[in-house]
Unconditional design. Structure first.
Length: 369
C-alpha cells in the first residue's frame, strides 16, 4: 500500500498526460511555454481570481508574495507555529521575523483570537496556513488585518480545491499561495506553485519577480529570482486539472469513510462550519504515537507525521523568537499526537478498511496503552 498512490493516478491519466508532455517536446518551449499561460488562465478562472502567477514551488510562491507586498528586514509576519517549515523559513530568508500565534485545536489552523495580541508596530502581514486542506478562518483574519492595515497571505499549499463559505481557498485574501508538490491534491511531477491575487499592481510585480525582475527580455526593473514553473510541469497539471473535481470528490468520500470507521476509536479530523477540505492529509490524534506507528508499520500500513515539531521549537527559531516550551500549548500538543493515514483519490473501500483495522489493532496493542 502506498501513502499517496501517484502510480494509480498516472495509469488513469496516462494518455492525457503523455499527450500533454509530447506537445511540449514537439514545440520545444520548455521555459514559459504556452502551457504555462493556459494553466494560469484556467486556475484563475476556477477560483475567480483576477491573476494567477505560476512559479517554481509553493515555497517560492510565499517568497514572491512577501517580496511583492514589501516585507523587509526587521518586519514582523504573524503565522502559525504548526505548519511545514517553509512558511516561517521564507519570512526569515527575507530578514523578517516570524511571530507565532497558537492554533485552534479543533482545526489545527491559526486561532484568529490569538492574532491581535501578537500585533506590534513592526507587524506588516498575517500569513495563515490552511492546514491539511481545510481553509483557515479567513473572514475573521481579514477583519483583524483591516483594522491594522495589514496584508494577508494565505498559505494554501495544501488546500487548493477547498471552499470557505462558497469561496475558493487561494482567493480569500490579498494573495493566496499554493503548491503543486507531487503529493498535493493537485500535484505535478516535480516542484511547482502559484500565487493568486486580484490586485493588478501586485500581479505585475510577481510576474516580474519570478523571472529575474524583468518586465521584458533583458530589461530588469527590480531584483527577482529564477522562480518560473517549467512548461512540462504545467502540461502535467493541465491534464490533471481535467479530473480534479472527481478526485476531490473521491478524497472527500475516503475521508467520510475513514471517519465513520474510526469515530469511536480515535480523535478524527473536524471540519469547521461552512467549508470543505481538499483533504491533502487525513490526520488523526493518538496518545502513544510511536507505538501506534510501529504497530501500523508491522501491519504493512504506511503513516506519516505532519508535523512532529512545532516551529518555535525548531533549533533555528529557538534563539530568535524567545518562545520556549509551553508558549503555544495547542501546537505543541498537536505536534506530539498527530498521525496522518494514507490519503489519495484512488483508495478503494477495501484499502480504507485495511487501514482502519490496523489503526484499531494498533490502539489495542500493549505498547500503545
Amino acid at each position: 500500500m502506498d501513502f499517496v498512490d501517484l502510480k494509480a493516478q498516472y495509469r488513469h491519466l496516462k494518455p492525457a498526460i503523455d499527450a500533454r508532455i509530447q506537445a511540449v517536446l514537439d514545440h520545444g518551449q520548455y521555459i514559459l511555454g504556452p502551457e504555462v499561460r493556459e494553466l494560469e488562465t484556467r486556475l484563475a478562472a476556477r477560483i475567480g481570481a483576477k491573476h494567477c502567477i505560476g512559479c517554481a514551488s509553493g515555497t517560492d510562491a510565499l517568497l514572491l508574495a512577501m517580496i511583492a507586498i514589501g516585507i523587509r528586514p526587521g518586519d514582523e509576519v504573524i503565522t502559525s507555529p504548526f505548519t511545514f517549515f517553509a512558511t516561517a523559513e521564507m519570512i526569515m530568508l527575507l530578514g523578517a521575523v516570524p511571530v507565532f500565534a497558537d492554533i485552534d485545536p479543533a482545526t489545527y489552523n491559526i486561532d484568529p483570537a490569538k492574532i491581535e495580541a501578537a500585533i506590534t508596530s513592526r507587524t506588516r502581514a498575517i500569513m495563515p496556513v490552511s492546514l491539511y486542506g481545510q481553509p483557515a478562518e479567513m473572514d475573521a483574519i481579514n477583519a483583524v488585518a483591516a483594522r491594522h492595515n495589514l496584508a494577508v497571505i494565505e498559505d494554501a499549499a495544501q488546500s487548493f480545491g477547498a471552499l470557505y463559505f462558497g469561496r475558493h481557498s487561494g482567493n480569500l485574501s490579498t494573495i493566496g499561495c499554493i503548491s503543486f508538490f507531487p503529493s498535493k491534491p493537485l500535484g505535478c511531477y516535480g516542484d511547482g506553485g502559484a500565487c493568486f491575487t486580484n490586485d493588478d499592481a501586485l500581479a505585475t510585480v510577481m510576474f516580474e519577480l519570478r523571472n529575474h525582475g524583468q518586465d521584458r527580455r533583458y530589461h530588469h526593473t527590480r531584483i527577482g529570482i529564477n522562480g518560473r514553473i517549467d512548461t512540462i510541469q504545467a502540461a502535467v497539471l493541465l491534464a490533471k486539472l481535467d479530473i480534479f473535481d472527481d478526485e476531490l470528490l473521491s478524497r472527500s468520500e475516503a475521508s467520510n469513510r475513514y471517519s465513520a470507521l474510526l469515530k469511536d476509536a480515535v480523535h478524527t479530523p473536524r471540519l469547521a462550519p461552512n467549508r470543505t477540505s481538499a483533504w491533502a492529509q487525513y490526520t488523526i490524534e493518538v496518545d502513544d504515537r510511536e507505538a501506534v506507528e510501529t504497530a501500523m508499520r508491522d501491519a504493512g500500513v504506511p503513516t506519516a507525521v505532519h508535523y512532529p515539531v512545532a516551529l518555535h521549537q525548531q533549533p533555528v527559531f529557538i534563539s530568535k523568537t524567545e518562545a520556549g516550551k509551553g508558549s503555544f500549548p495547542h501546537s505543541e500538543r498537536a505536534a506530539g499526537r498527530v498521525l496522518s493515514l494514507p490519503m489519495h483519490p484512488y483508495l478503494a473501500p477495501a484499502d480504507i478498511q485495511r487501514v482502519t483495522d490496523a489503526v484499531k489493532a494498533a490502539m489495542h496493542h500493549p505498547a500503545a496503552r
